[in-house]
Write a protein that binds this ligand. Structure first.
Ligand code: COA
Length: 415
């Protein structure tokens, strides 16, 4: 079956996590992704957090599926010539170097346009234009600068980063959308363009409900769904809300049977207004249905701690899965806190291709995430990440280099 991005050729100049997330997605949609790496070392993540000596790390393999790898010294004049050929023959150049690195290499936007006016140049940077635009940035810096850390955690604790890589993988997702939009616009304009996804902006985009709350707080002085209400005063900025729900329906994480020994024996429970009578029946508090202290959502906001403590008395008598089964019968929204072990072993996630097993010539079989976006006419087949420089000769031959020229480039350590 054909793929959505068949025929799109990507010059993948990305490294670490943010850029590779983006180009891996494009590869999963069928683009031909040529990853350009430095000879000898390649993407730094090949060697980071290794679990098997001298074998590409899971960090690398899980971010670089379905790509081809070529080695090239792009600071060497002959390497620059190869890069120029690649630029002429590719549709998109994706990079996430530190600010200015591509310019320092000699590949400014103007130069790239001279070489290929249809070229789309897509970049991840830590910050957009402004005081920090020249800063190098990693995941947690973006989480902090994008508003996630100040609004995550508990009121009496410090700001907290989250395990979800919203700065890196989140920005990669944003960039991929920008690239596809630019490819679409190119159909009518015939021109390439620059695409920028800044990590701070992407994190903020994902934290928009907190910017919403900042304005609500400034207007009204309080937010009734926050755990601070009604006992603790609000300050000037959106406080950390613990595990309270970010939406209009109160929610909390509750202990389930086995919580004393299992750190993940918990359930997220939402007291959605529509199912309040069902919740009362399940936990054995039918009198709460019409009791004016609890009967309306507004009244319940004053007693959230007590309500969740009572529901927790009930959830503590059930495992998280038993509680889920019972709640689901009544359409009560809730979700188990799943450990990575449970997720890795989940048959339905394997079945849907959200988790895939991949075979690698050096490491053997390992698990990875598959494409989380499913297209009915463009199925994703996850293939292993390339070894360093595995496709150098193949790609150079496709670009028109002869065997002798390739041998000379190798001799001179350009590739
Ligand atoms: N041949 C020759 N030189 C190459 C090369 C190649 N194939 N590929 C990269 N380089 C050079 C670059 O030109 C650059 O040289 P310069 O500093 O002389 O200009 C150098 O390698 C290092 O690149 P840099 O991006 O500065 O790497 P770093 O390891 O110092 O920094 C980051 C890493 C992630 C902090 C930085 O790249 C960054 O801030 N990126 C943007 C934000 C981002 O994506 N962060 C998230 C990463 S998950």
């Amino acid at each position: 079956m054909s793929k959505a991005l068949d025929g799109v050729r990507i010059l993948d100049f990305t490294h670490v996590q943010s850029g590779p997330t983006c180009t891996q997605l494009l590869a999963w949609f069928g683009a031909d992704v040529i990853k350009v790496e430095r000879a000898g070392e390649g993407d730094a993540t090949r060697g980071q957090l290794r679990d098997i000596p001298d074998v590409d790390s899971l960090y690398f393999t899980m971010l670089n599926h379905n790509k081809r790898s070529i080695t090239l010294d792009t600071k060497n004049p002959k390497g620059k010539e190869v890069l120029e050929t690649l630029i002429k023959q590719c549709d998109v150049l994706v990079e996430n170097f530190a600010p200015g690195a591509l310019d320092r290499m000699g590949f400014t936007w103007l130069r790239i346009q001279e070489l290929n006016p249809r070229m789309i140049v897509a970049s991840v940077k830590g910050f957009g234009p402004g005081p920090y635009e020249n800063c190098k940035v990693y995941e947690n810096v973006a989480q902090c600068a994008g508003g996630a850390a100040s609004t995550t955690g508990f009121e009496d604790g410090p700001p907290m980063v989250t395990g979800a890589q919203i700065g890196d993988s989140g920005t990669g997702l944003h960039l991929a959308l920008g690239i596809v939009a630019a490819l679409y616009q190119r159909k009518s304009t015939g021109r390439g363009q620059k695409v920028l996804a800044a990590m701070q902006d992407s994190v903020l985009n994902l934290c928009r409900v907190k910017l919403r709350d900042q304005q609500r707080l400034e207007r009204t002085g309080l937010m009734k769904e926050y755990p601070q209400y009604p006992d603790h005063p609000f300050g000037e900025a959106v406080p950390r809300a613990g595990n309270a729900s970010g939406g209009g329906q109160p929610g909390s994480i509750l202990k389930c049977k086995g919580w004393e020994t299992d750190p993940n024996a918990y359930l997220y429970f939402i007291t959605q207004g529509a199912v309040w009578p069902a919740i009362c029946k399940v936990i054995g508090e039918e009198n709460w249905i019409n009791d004016e202290t609890y009967a309306t959502p507004a009244a319940r906001l004053l007693h959230q701690k007590l309500i969740f403590a009572r529901i927790e008395e009930w959830t503590k008598t059930k495992t998280k899965f038993e509680a889920m089964d019972i709640m689901n019968k009544y359409d009560i929204p809730c979700g188990p806190i799943l450990s990575m072990k449970e997720i890795a072993e989940d048959p339905s996630l394997r079945e849907s291709g959200t988790i895939v097993e991949v075979d690698h010539p050096k490491r053997g079989k390992y698990l990875s995430v598959g494409n989380p976006i499913k297209l009915s006419d463009s199925p994703t087949e996850v293939t292993r990440s390339p070894l360093l420089g595995e496709h150098t000769e193949e790609v150079l031959t496709q670009l028109g280099y002869s065997t002798e020229q390739i041998a000379a480039l190798r001799e001179e350590r350009v590739i």
